[in-house]
Every structure is written in structure tokens, then in C-alpha cells.
Design a protein around this ligand. Sequence first.
Ligand code: TYD
Length: 308
Amino acid sequence: MKQIARCIRRINGKRDGARRIGGEKRRAENAEQQQESKRGGFSHWIQADKNNRGPAAGATVPGLRAHECYDARVPAKKTRGRFITIEGLDGCGKSTQLGKLASVLRKDGINVLETREPGGTPTGERIRSVLLDSRTAGLSPRAEMALMFGARAQHVDEVILPALAEGTWVLCDRFTDSTEAYQGGGRKLGSAPVLALHKILCHNLQPDLTILMLSDVEASVARARRRNQQRVPSVALATGSQPADENRFEQESRAFFQRVAAAYKAIAKREPERVFAADARPAPDIVHREIVAAVRGRLMGGKGTSAQ
Ligand code: TYD
């Protein structure tokens, strides 16, 4: 996509050609960056070092063995689309609500991208199958957190930031709050490493709104387990091989999910402006109306067609 800056990194010994840009070139790049800001395109690069940029789009560096990579920029809030995430326990009805909200927004004439985590890119979906398959045994909590962030970093750079920069609204089924709740809370790694990794790997990108679905722990997990059992691939059944599944988390204990739920509530308490806690227990249409009202109230100044 056009908003993705292609960067060319040096791979023959030196870590990153962009780090060694000389003074003059750096000044020229800063000037270019300021021009971009004036045009309203991008306000800043949320990176550890503002000057740590790759060459401009399409540039080639003679003599470098180079490969392309995504190095996306965080677009200015004023011009970008809105980023909405939806969170909650397994089986709380997130995906249904995400689809229903997307339909309403599309009726309002908004470009909407629906996506999910872990996943959302070809690489991320491969990481997802490792993470969720119950055959993945003995994964350490830290390795699990690292894989979640590997998939997310790719998702943010390849899909989310370019879409936001084009004015598309991105609706994402789970994001970093999931890592804080499941790995930070459920696996007891704590919030600090999650928030630090989010800064380092995901530009510290914050959703404009997070819908947290508050559900009954037992009922949600039982629902997720039933649903996943029905998803056994027919090929595996026919061949008698052990099927890939998405059951690994659903096998966790009640205490694990209680910790996840408590961590979610702590996030909502910490960031009430970003997080809208919706009661997920009533019928889906009632929950849907509550969510649409929150989106209209918080992101659209109360405008738009009614919830359908
Ligand atoms: P998902 O497909 O959303 O499951 P469900 O539809 O049952 O809610 O998410 C897959 C699982 O991955 C879910 O059990 C939560 C877990 N997960 C984490 O542990 N950490 C994360 O950062 C993410 C994104 C998901």
C-alpha cells in the first residue's frame, strides 16, 4: 500500500544502514518529515529514535544486498481512520458483535476493515495456528507472549497502519489488551513486559476505542469449548490423523480465566476513556445496540443511522 515506507536494511554485517545516516542526510530527512507533518499526512514516527528511518520510498542503495521490509508510520489522528478493538473472554460473543458493528458502520458509508489477532496477515495466521493448536505442548509463557507480539508487529505494520492512513476504520478482534489479560494476568507475567513490548514492537499504537465484553467466566469458556469441538476439520476425520484445532487456551483452568477476567477489569479501570465495558450477557441484539451507542457517542459525536 502507498502509505507503507519501504525500507532497505543492510544485511551484510552491519545491523541497520539507516542507523548510520550522516548529518546532512539526516537533516534532509528531518525537513522532509516536517513537510509531511504540514501536509497533515503523518505527525510523527513513534519509534525509539526519530531519526532511525530507512531510505525514502522506492530508493535503492548501491552496493547493498537489500531486502524489502515494512516500516510503517503512525498516521496523524486527525486524518486517519478509527481503530476499534474488541476484547473479552473466549466465547463471549466478540466476533458476532464485531461483524454486526462493521455492517452498521458500512451503512454509514464508512470503509471498514475487519481483522483479528493473533493473525490478520499470512504470517500472523501461521503463528496463530502454532499458538492455538492444542498439539503445541510445553510452550513457555514468555515464548507465548513473544509469538503473540511477533504476529502483532507484522499485523500493525502490514495491515493496520496502512489501512488507518487511508482513512479506513479498523475493527480488530483482540489486540494488546488480550496479551495483558492472558499472558500478563492468566500466565502471571504481569502488565509491565506487555506494555514495554507494545512500545518497542507496535509503535505504542493505541485503539481509539476498546469494547470490553464482560461475560460470565464459566458460561463463556463452556461456549468456546463447544464451538471449537464442532470445528474439527473433516480431512483429519477422514484420514484419522490428529487434527489441528484452536483448543489450547480453552483447556486452561477456571483459575486461569478468573485471572484473565480480573486483568481485563483492571485495564478498564485504568483507562476508562479508551475502554467501554459492555455487559455481554443479554441477547446479542441488545448488546449490539449498547455497542453501537457507545461507538456513536464516543467516536462520531452521536451521529449515524440507528443500530440494525
Ligand atoms: P480468539 O480466536 O479470539 O478466541 P475466541 O473466539 O475463543 O475468543 O483468540 C484465540 C485465543 O488466543 C484466545 O484464547 C485468547 C488467546 N490470546 C492470548 O492469549 N493473547 C493474545 O495476545 C491474543 C491476541 C489472544
